[in-house]
Write a protein that binds this ligand. Structure first.
Ligand code: UD2
Ligand code: MN
Length: 285
């Protein structure tokens, strides 16, 4: 025997925490590229693991972030989102996973219910403590806009190009929101009752207010983001039923949400750039 043992260079076996604010973040040039291909995005992001997971090298992230995207028939938007977001999240030294929650054909779109399904399945996949619920068509224009959770629920789509980079009305809570696990369970998630376009974001805002939490927003300069312009999708029409649901949010919130969520998984596929969950969320009762 030589008596020699292999001793790794870092004897404690621990890697340091990442800095609170990642280094070298800057504004970005973002424009819609209709013909970007998955092959190109994969080749440009060799560090991304199966199912769309990324992790910083050489340091330990302070949060584990799940990005949840409600989806149906928006492939070119998804390609653009992935093209910009994988490098963006890498620059932010994020420990993250991307979940595209696709509603199966034949029923009215239910964005909020897809968010709840994404929350449950992502939680089963990895030890996430932060959940960012984002539309597929919104791409941040500044790396300093940290895709992280805060001590309050955070609304992150407060400076969209579509609204000339200002908050169009004070209670807007649509587009992108970030919740810790504690914050999201405290409001019982989103309502499951919003079929078709509109109102589910305002209802979530009412839940946040009802439990006494405040909403945070990033600075208007760093929150600048592009929303890819589009028409209203077929199968996501506005029904006009949302107003009374928003109004009664605080009375309904503990009997409509994560604790009453029902759905049927059609399939879960680990793509190279994201995890796709196809789900049947039913139809309006
Ligand atoms: C606003 C809100 C959005 C949501 C919506 C009303 C902002 C910036 N955005 O966006 O968060 O509250 O109003 O429901 O405030 N989707 C599909 N396929 C479909 C339909 C929708 O993938 O057929 C997904 C996709 O991720 C899309 C999101 O749902 O970005 C919201 O739908 P939208 O983009 O049509 O709604 P929009 O732009 O009016
Ligand atoms: Mn949109």
């Amino acid at each position: 025997k030589s008596g020699k043992m292999f001793v790794p260079s870092n004897t404690s076996g621990e890697i340091p925490d990442c800095p609170e604010i990642p280094p070298d973040l800057s504004p970005l040039n973002v424009h819609y590229i209709p013909n970007i291909t998955y092959i190109k995005i994969v080749s440009q992001n060799p560090n991304v693991g199966p199912g769309g997971h990324g992790k910083p090298e050489g340091c330990k992230a302070r949060q584990k972030v799940a990005l949840i995207i409600p989806f149906r028939d928006r492939d070119s938007h998804l390609r653009n989102w992935l093209y910009y977001m994988h490098p963006f999240l890498k620059a932010q030294q994020a420990d993250y996973g991307i979940y595209v929650v696709e509603q199966s054909e034949g029923s009215m779109f239910n964005r909020a219910k897809l968010m709840n399904v994404g929350y449950v399945l992502a939680s089963n996949d990895y030890d996430y403590n932060c959940f960012i619920f984002t539309d597929v068509d919104i791409i941040p224009m500044d790396q300093r806009n940290l895709y992280r959770c805060s001590s309050n629920p955070k609304h992150m789509a407060n400076a969209l190009d579509k609204f000339n980079f200002i908050l169009p009305y004070p209670n807007l809570f649509g587009g992108i929101v970030a919740f810790t696990k504690e914050q999201f369970t405290k409001v019982n998630g989103f309502s499951n009752m919003f079929w078709g376009w509109g109102g589910e974001d305002d209802e979530l805002y009412q839940r946040v207010v009802a439990v006494g939490m405040k909403v945070e927003r990033p600075d208007l300069i760093i929150a600048r983001a592009r929303m890819i312009s589009h028409n209203r999708d077929a199968g996501n029409e506005e029904t006009g039923k949302s107003v009374h649901l928003i109004f009664k949010a605080s009375q309904r919130m503990y009997k409509d949400g994560l604790n009453t969520l029902n759905y049927t998984i059609i399939g879960i596929t680990g793509h190279k750039l994201f995890t796709k969950i196809t789900v049947d969320v039913g139809t309006e009762q």
